[in-house]
Design a protein around this ligand. Structure first.
Ligand SMILES: Cc1ncc(COP(=O)(O)O)c(C=O)c1O
Length: 386
C-alpha cells in the first residue's frame, strides 16, 4: 500500500538522535537547526526523557479519561509553576490543531458568539476551526469554508479597534511569534491593545504558543515578552519533545462543564510521563536561560553576514531573511555542511529552531558554515554574471 503522498521529502533517513544531532542510515551526522519542526525542546533522546517513558510503559501506558490520573495533575502543577499560570486550568490533547480547536470552541461557548479576528500570515492548524483562522486558503477544502473570521494586518491597531468595536467578536487569536509566516513578532503595544480591547468588549484573547511556547523564545511563553496575560493559551510542539501531547490553558473565569471538551488519547499516562520529563529537564538544565543567551548571540552574529537582510526572532525561534531565495542555501547546508534548517511561507526566510540545549559552540559552528555557504553562492553568482 502506498503512503498518501502529501509531504515533499528531504532525501535523508534519520534513524538515531542524540541531543542536537541526528544520524541517518548511512551514519552521516547532522546538526539539527530545525528541531524536527520546532518539536525538539530538550534534545533528541534525552536520558531522563527515555527513562521516564520506559518506566511508565512498564507500569501503564494508557487508561481512558474516565478514571483518576494523578500524572495529569502533576503535569498541570509543574506547568503552572514553570509558566507562571498556576491559576489557569489545563486541558490535554494530542496535537496543535486540536489545542486551537478546543480554544476556539470554548471561546465560542463562553461568549455565545462566533466571529474571530485573526491576522495575515497566521497559521493555526489544519482541523476545521483552526483552518478557519489560518491565513492560507490553499489548505481549505470547500467543507472547511467559514464566513466568521476577519483577517487583519498584524500590528494595525486602528483596524483592530474598528473591528472589535462592532461588539460581535468572540475571540482574537494571535501567535506569540508567527512561525510558518516567516517569524514575525507582534509589537508589545499591539498585544496590549488586544488584551485591553478584548476585556472592554467581552471577547477572549487567545494566544497560540504551539510553536513559540515552552521556552523557545527565551521566556516560557513568547507573549510574556509583551507583558500580557491572554485568556486562553495553546501549546504543543516542544511540550512532548516528539511525543504527541498538546494543551490548552483556560483563565479561571472560564468555568468548564462535563462534556464540553473530550479526547480519547489526550492526557494519557505515557504522554503525561513524556510531558513531565520535558518540564523537569527544562527546569533542571535551565534551558529557557540557554535559549535566551545562545539565541541572542546567534542573532547578533547572523545579522552581520553578507546576503542577510534581516534577522527576526526571540531566543531560539529565528528567521533569517536573505537576498536570495533560501531553497539553494538550505540544500547546500543540508548536503555539504550536514545541517538541517526550516523553511517558512516566505521563500527568502530561513527558519532556525534548534533544540533548547544548543551550545554556544554549536551555534558558532552554524554561523561559520552558514557564512561559507552564503559566500560560495555569491561567488558562483559573480562567476556566472562576469
Ligand atoms: C502556531 C501553530 N499553531 C498550530 C499548529 C498546528 O499544530 P499541529 O501540526 O500539531 O496540529 C502549528 C504547527 O506548525 C503552529 O505552528
Amino acid at each position: 500500500m502506498p503512503l498518501f503522498d502529501v509531504y515533499p521529502l528531504l532525501d535523508i533517513t534519520p534513524e538515531k538522535g542524540e541531543d542536537c544531532f541526528v544520524y541517518d542510515t548511512k551514519g552521516t551526522k547532522y546538526l539539527d537547526f530545525y528541531g524536527g519542526h520546532a518539536v525538539i525542546s530538550i534534545g533528541h533522546s534525552h536520558p531522563h526523557f527515555r527513562k521516564r517513558i520506559k518506566e511508565q510503559v512498564d507500569k501503564l501506558a494508557f487508561y481512558s479519561n474516565s478514571v483518576l490520573n494523578p500524572l495529569q495533575t502533576q503535569l498541570a502543577e509543574k506547568l503552572g509553576n514553570l509558566s507562571g499560570y498556576e491559576e489557569y486550568q489545563l486541558f490535554l490533547s494530542n496535537s496543535g490543531a486540536e489545542a486551537v480547536e478546543n480554544a476556539l470552541k470554548v471561546a465560542s461557548f463562553y461568549t455565545g458568539k462566533k466571529k474571530v479576528i485573526s491576522f495575515s500570515k497566521s497559521f493555526h492548524g489544519r482541523t476545521s476551526a483552526a483552518l478557519g483562522v489560518t491565513d492560507n486558503s490553499k489548505y481549505s477544502a470547500p467543507i472547511n469554508e467559514n464566513d466568521h473570521t476577519v483577517f487583519l494586518e498584524l500590528n494595525e491597531t486602528e483596524a483592530l479597534t474598528k473591528e472589535i468595536n462592532k461588539g460581535d467578536v468572540c475571540a482574537v487569536i494571535i501567535e506569540g511569534i508567527q512561525g510558518i509566516g516567516g517569524i514575525h513578532i507582534p509589537d508589545p503595544e499591539f498585544m496590549k491593545q488586544i488584551e485591553l480591547l478584548c476585556k472592554k468588549h467581552g471577547a477572549l484573547f487567545i494566544c497560540d504558543e504551539i510553536q513559540s511556547g515552552y521556552g523557545r523564545s527565551g521566556k516560557f511563553f513568547a507573549h510574556q515578552h509583551a507583558g500580557v496575560t491572554p485568556d486562553i493559551i495553546t501549546m504543543a510542539k516542544g511540550m512532548g519533545n516528539g511525543f504527541p501531547i498538546a494543551g490548552t490553558l483556560f483563565h479561571p473565569k472560564i468555568e468548564p462543564w462535563h462534556g464540553e471538551l473530550g479526547s480519547t488519547f489526550g492526557g494519557n499516562h505515557l504522554a503525561c510521563a513524556a510531558g513531565l520529563a520535558v518540564l523537569e529537564v527544562i527546569s533542571d538544565e535551565q534551558l529557557i536561560d540557554n535559549a535566551n543567551i545562545v539565541g541572542n548571540s546567534l542573532m547578533e552574529k547572523l545579522a552581520g553576514l553578507p546576503m542577510v537582510t534581516e534577522v527576526r526572532g526571540e531566543g531560539l525561534m529565528i528567521g533569517v531573511e536573505c537576498t536570495n531565495p533560501i531553497k539553494e542555501i538550505r540544500m547546500k547546508l543540508l548536503h555539504e555542511k550536514h545541517i538541517l534548517t526550516g523553511v517558512s511561507s516566505d521563500p527568502h526566510t530561513l527558519r532556525l529552531l534548534p533544540p533548547l540545549t544548543i551550545s554556544k559552540d554549536q551555534a558558532d559552528k552554524f554561523v561559520t558554515d552558514f557564512q561559507h555557504t552564503l559566500t560560495a553562492i555569491s561567488k558562483n553568482e559573480t562567476l556566472y554574471l562576469s
